[in-house]
Design a protein around this ligand. Sequence first.
Ligand code: PSU
Ligand code: MN
Length: 296
Amino acid sequence: MDVVSRAKPDPRAFVALETTLLLHGVPSASALPLAHELNEIVRSAGVEPALVGVVDGKPTVGMHDDELRTLLDAPSVPKANTANPGVLIHRASHAATTVSATMELASTAGVRVFATGGIGGVHPGLAERVDISADLAAFTRFPVAVVTSGTKTILDIASTREALETLGIPVVGFQTDSYPAFYLRESDLSVDARYEDVDELASFVHAELVRTGRGIVLANPIPEADALDPQEVGSWLAQATQIARLRGADGRDVTPATLAALHEVSGGRTLEANLALIRANTHLAARLSKAMMEQV
Ligand code: PSU
Ligand code: MN
């Protein structure tokens, strides 16, 4: 694939960041400050950020600030998983890339580490049919380690964990035995292995990417101080799911609509937690990328 890659000269010195969480996951006022903050977090660890998205039909790894502003100012930017970037590129459209499409573009550019908030997964049935994120299959195809606070609490986390298992995707926990549940540090599900320090993790990630040529889920629990109360999350989620359904959210809109409704009914508490976990994941991804560079 032809990608505009600015992750040069050494793509291993870059950490990929995605545009969907900026354009569809947080309120528009939070997007630019968050992007700048994430860039700083990555740079302070001694590596470089590479924001991934599609600008005027050009798949881009390492978007400039003015390109991000162009997307933020556009009236609406389609969300792209691995199914639709081709059409959007062909039509010279912009696109915000989800985890799956970001993994594809990052791996094409040779970037090996990527930070997001929470990967997609199996939805609990907002519609009366199965809805499984394209993120899961992307791990079987693209050699990128994705730092994530587990699976978004809006999803069926147990079924998502099973799907990861079925697809044979390695799920490793950073300083945790439990598969994290986004706003919550723990679920009653486990990871395949626990790593205690970044150097040890870097050595495993490098070896595994080389061994398989496929992706890795690096589960990093939300910082303790930012984790939310499970009971509160449960009641907000019931309301938010209702609201998203009433608003007619369907297909690719389900995740953004549910997140937005949650931010509303929680009076911004879920947004604060979401921002905190994205920052923490970005910090870990940057440290990991730095450690991987130093090992080879
Ligand atoms: N993490 C967040 N907020 C988000 C996402 C991740 O904290 O909005 C995005 C990612 O782009 C992920 C997408 O790939 O949600 C999943 O969407 P879907 O369920 O439609 O696959
Ligand atoms: Mn879906």
